[in-house]
Design a protein around this ligand. Sequence first.
Ligand code: HEM
Length: 195
Amino acid sequence: MLKSNVNSDKDEKVYGLINNALQSMIRQNYGDEKWQQILERSGVPDDSFLTMRSYDDSITYQLAGAAAEVLGAPIETCLEMFGEYWVLETATKSYGPLMDASGRDMVEFLRNLNALHDRITGTFLNYVPPEFEVEDVGENRYRIHYISQREGLVPFVVGLFNGLAKRFDCELLYHNKQSEDVAQGTHAIFEVSVK
Ligand code: HEM
């Protein structure tokens, strides 16, 4: 099971919406049988997928770890794939108007991302969304800060960005990725060009 670089002993909670999206991604791309194998391998109870109920973060990490093992892919690749799926499938299909209202291009969208998560706090009580900050560092060049109480999700964020680049049909180039030392959680900085 994935435990090494994902700190799952804190009792952070996450909404079932996330586990549900992971299940849909696997079923759509690999079929029901693979999903059953992953569910069994993960050992998580099979009622971990009620959208509006919150579950221990560890359940999501166990599912992601089991998916990597069953699919024979590195966990980073699975998390990246899930990030892209989250933007292009889950968020677009279930929250289309909110996504449309959050920006006409990728950079505008990223600048509005905290506001997007704020707008759903009424729906997802006590949820702990991440924070994003966009710094201009030159022509079409930005430093994007991702700040979260969680650890191990940077590949998921890379997938989210790649999904947004597809959504807005723009070219996204990563120049540099670094992580700041923080007492708890993650502060990652991506230097990118968006054209
Ligand atoms: C309308 C679409 C969206 C909805 C409804 C949504 C909702 C959520 C929810 C419910 C969580 C779980 C937090 C928790 O349970 O504590 C979450 C986490 C997260 N969301 Fe969103 N989100 C949306 C779009 C996005 C987009 C477009 C991005 C980035 C490009 C994003 C980045 C993240 C990240 C990175 C997390 C993981 C939590 C963390 O890092 O601590 N979300 N979001």
